[in-house]
Design a protein. Structure first.
Length: 390
């Protein structure tokens, strides 16, 4: 028999400590308690602890300081933060700082148990060897803004925090979603992507949650949904701003309960999926006009990664252009790999409404049009609309 996992509960309210200790002991954990951050740190120094569940507001060392201390000294011990609804922005910051998850008070004991279970599971797999030599796509990030994006990706890749990627079309949202997966300890498990754009409600729901035979006309077999297929790995939902309200409710439930129910089934299945979503719509506006739920938005953007348009990060233009030239030259047996001063000026002056994708297309066109001997991109290779009117 395996030893009991040891959970440390930190809260200055005696009733909360009692309730949590009773509930966690009952499901088979050994629960330690501390009434403040100092006591918690002393316990961590003297006892084995597998997971910390801490309140935020406490006299002395508060929950966030405790979390940072745990991260610095016991990096393999996951920390779950309990916070009041009003302080979600700080909780989100704590996830960036490495907290495993946050729970809003008043909490539901079932939800607490599930999060603890997931946290303990995550800390086990964090020790598992990572896949090496994964075919991560080249990710160019020379500009200060994109370096900041890359730092955030590295920081949050391994947490199970839900991530919302925003940015205009063609800024690299899909690349970032994939990178989040490849840099995480889930990289050996599945990466599943689905675009929610223009999918009618019933089709979207059967794609997401799956169905059992006979759930509706045409359901001839049991079929797992994308959540199940992505179990243990990452699910990327693109164009999340487009999902219909009833599906939003179901998605919120899945995120809270960490379980899904196939259409027509009446038995939920536990799942462990890291959700990454993307949108080029402004979700805040969608919330205001009533087409998107506020509570779901909060759940989705525990961490938001915003990709600025290419015209606002000129430092990336040249390295991206050369990267694409090299790639398409290889594919097409050409030698066009460098950019002339004059054409660089043009590339920098243009506004790139289609962002990186438009630059990529322009470089592909240039390579295809280039002569076999051409090594340097000149104005002749560039499409007319990119060049300033003569
Ligand atoms: N930083 C980057 N480094 C290298 N390639 C990139 C980078 N950003 C984007 N790309 C390339 O640009 C193209 C567009 O990127 P992607 O499909 O991720 O954009 P998107 O934001 O998802 O666009 P949309 O909103 O239209 O779905 C892809 O071919 C991608 O590989
Ligand atoms: Mg995309």
């Amino acid at each position: 028999m395996s030893e009991k996992k040891r959970v440390l509960v930190v809260d200055d309210e005696v009733n909360i400590r009692r309730i949590l200790q009773a509930a966690l002991d009952k499901v088979g954990y050994h629960t330690l308690i501390a009434e403040n951050g100092e006591t918690a740190l002393n316990l961590l120094r003297s006892e084995a602890v597998d997971c910390v569940l801490t309140d935020v507001t406490m006299p002395g060392i508060d929950g966030y300081e405790l979390q940072r201390a745990v991260r610095a000294n016991w990096p393999n011990v996951p920390v779950v933060i309990m916070t009041a609804y009003g302080t979600i922005p700080q909780a989100v910051q704590s996830i960036r700082d490495g907290a495993f998850e946050y729970i809003t008070k008043p909490f539901d004991l079932d939800a607490v148990k599930k999060v603890i279970k997931a946290a303990l599971k995550g800390s086990e797999s964090a020790h598992a060897p990572k896949a090496i030599g994964k075919a991560t796509k080249t990710f160019i990030a020379d500009s200060p803004q994109m370096q900041e994006v890359y730092r955030t990706i590295q920081q949050v890749a391994d947490s199970r925090a839900t991530i919302l990627i925003t940015g205009e079309s063609g800024t690299g949202k899909e690349v970032v979603a994939r990178l989040l997966h490849d840099l995480s300890s889930r990289s050996t498990a599945a990466y599943v992507a689905l675009s929610c754009a223009a999918l009618p409600e019933t089709l979207l729901e059967s794609e997401l949650f799956g169905y059992v035979k006979g759930a509706f006309t045409g359901a001839d077999n049991d079929k797992p949904g994308r959540f199940e297929t992505a179990n243990g790995g990452t699910l990327f939902l693109d164009e999340i701003g487009d999902i219909p309200t009833p599906t939003q409710v179901k998605l919120l439930r899945v995120l809270q309960e960490r379980e899904i129910e196939r259409l027509g089934a009446n038995k939920p299945t536990q799942i462990d999926v890291r959700l990454v979503t993307a949108t080029n719509r402004d979700l805040g506006e969608a919330v205001e006009d009533g087409s998107f739920r506020l509570d779901l938005m909060y759940r989705l953007k525990v961490v938001e990664i915003h990709l600025p348009p290419l015209r606002e990060r000129k430092e990336d233009v040249m390295p991206l252009a050369e990267h694409f030239l090299a790639k398409f030259s290889r594919e097409n047996g050409r030698v066009l790999t460098r950019v002339s001063e004059e054409s660089l000026g043009v590339l920098l002056a243009y506004t790139w409404p289609g962002n990186v994708r438009e630059l990529e297309n322009a470089m592909e066109r240039a390579v295809v049009l280039a002569g076999r001997e051409d090594q340097i991109l000149t104005l002749d290779h560039l499409p007319k609309h990119v060049k300033p009117a003569a």
